[in-house]
Design a protein around this ligand. Structure first.
Ligand code: FE2
Ligand code: FE2
Length: 342
């Protein structure tokens, strides 16, 4: 049987499905139905019900939400989500405030103990000050500032005012620092037997939030092959470069991110100007953005860019704050971590 599972997994791997997807898909095949004696109420059916996120017939979810919801109903060979019956990994059925089913697995507070419902987890603070700027004074600050300004030159040259593509590229970079910082703090916590003061979680939340920006942008912009190639190249260079900078000087690493976020606020402000002028069509917001930021169903691209810009301003403040803590000769764990904003 292991041989059959392996073959099934390999077939789906070749077909391009994600590893989790094809592994679970293999487990979903009839020959792998729970053996007699396995606990559970018709496990396959029960878990199918629990994992299903099909839309209620009483509402008409936006197309991408419906697509996400329906994917769990399709057979694996047609790209359906997989239901693992053996390991007991599942999540309970979750509904929105209006009773429609929650189709996203990629963001929610807790599948096991839903103290908060998914829509209660996050809302952007659009009242945040967009004009804050850290004036570089020390050598490290000036180096960080100049580095970010230098990085902007090829970005301006390549993308010009194509703010959709530009934002997509920006987000593939912006989601890296939180993960690198969180990972290094995690390892430090293990090495030193010390609490992180919540900073691991805060930085990983930032990475998650940035990745959701990207998931939103790819609903709006379909990257071309050479843009995907550029993303790969930039990720290899930026991840390794940032990793080394964070190891050598966390104060500089957070300052670089602070300035990157200042640039992100600027870019999204320009994006909004083009929407206001009509140069970019103010289309309907993607379903994933409506649910992630708890936007009204009638929300538009302008609403989405407005909340993304507010997130960037928050990241700017968090990272400049983190750099300031290091400048005071302290460790991040000694200051309150901004956990829970995202
Ligand atoms: Fe972002
Ligand atoms: Fe950001």
């Amino acid at each position: 049987m292991n041989h059959l599972i392996a073959r099934s997994v390999m077939r789906r791997a070749v077909a391009g499905a994600s590893p989790l997807c094809y592994a679970a898909a293999a487990l979903r095949t009839p020959m792998l139905s729970p053996a007699p004696g396995v606990q559970g109420e018709g496990l396959s059916a029960a878990l199918q019900r629990m994992m299903s996120s099909a839309a209620e017939p009483t509402s008409s979810p936006p197309p991408s939400a419906a697509k996400a919801a329906k994917s769990s109903e399709l057979p694996p060979e047609k790209g359906g989500a997989l239901v693992s019956s053996y390991w007991g990994i599942s999540r309970p059925k979750i509904t929105r405030e209006d009773g429609t089913e929650w189709p996203w697995n990629c963001f929610m507070v807790s599948e096991i103990v839903p103290i908060l419902q998914p829509w209660e987890t996050y809302a952007a603070d659009v009242s945040i000050d967009l004009h804050k700027h850290h004036v570089p004074k020390t050598f490290i600050d000036k180096l960080a500032f100049r580095t970010v300004k230098l990085l902007r030159i090829p970005t301006d040259f390549f993308f010009k005012r194509q703010y959709g593509c530009r934002a997509m590229m920006l987000e593939t970079v912006a989601a890296v620092p939180g993960m690198v910082g969180g990972m290094l703090l995690h390892l430090r916590s293990l090495r030193k037997f010390q609490q992180s003061g919540g900073w691991i979680k805060a930085l990983l939340e930032e990475a998650e939030n940035e990745r959701m920006h990207l998931m939103t942008m790819v609903e709006l912009v379909k990257p071309k092959w050479y843009e995907r190639l550029l993303v790969l190249t930039v990720q290899v260079v930026f991840f390794n470069g940032f990793f080394v900078i964070y190891l050598l000087s966390p104060k500089m690493a957070h300052r670089v991110v602070g300035y990157l976020e200042e640039e992100a606020v600027h870019s999204y402000t320009e994006y909004l100007k083009d929407i206001d002028s009509g140069a970019i069509e103010n289309i309907a917001a993607p379903a994933i953005a409506i649910d992630y930021w708890r936007l009204p169903k009638t929300a538009t691209l302008k609403d989405v860019i407005t909340v993304i810009r507010a997130d960037e301003a928050h990241h700017r403040d968090v990272n400049h704050f983190a750099s300031d803590i290091h400048y005071q000769g302290k460790e991040l764990r000694e200051a309150p971590a901004p956990v829970g904003y995202h």
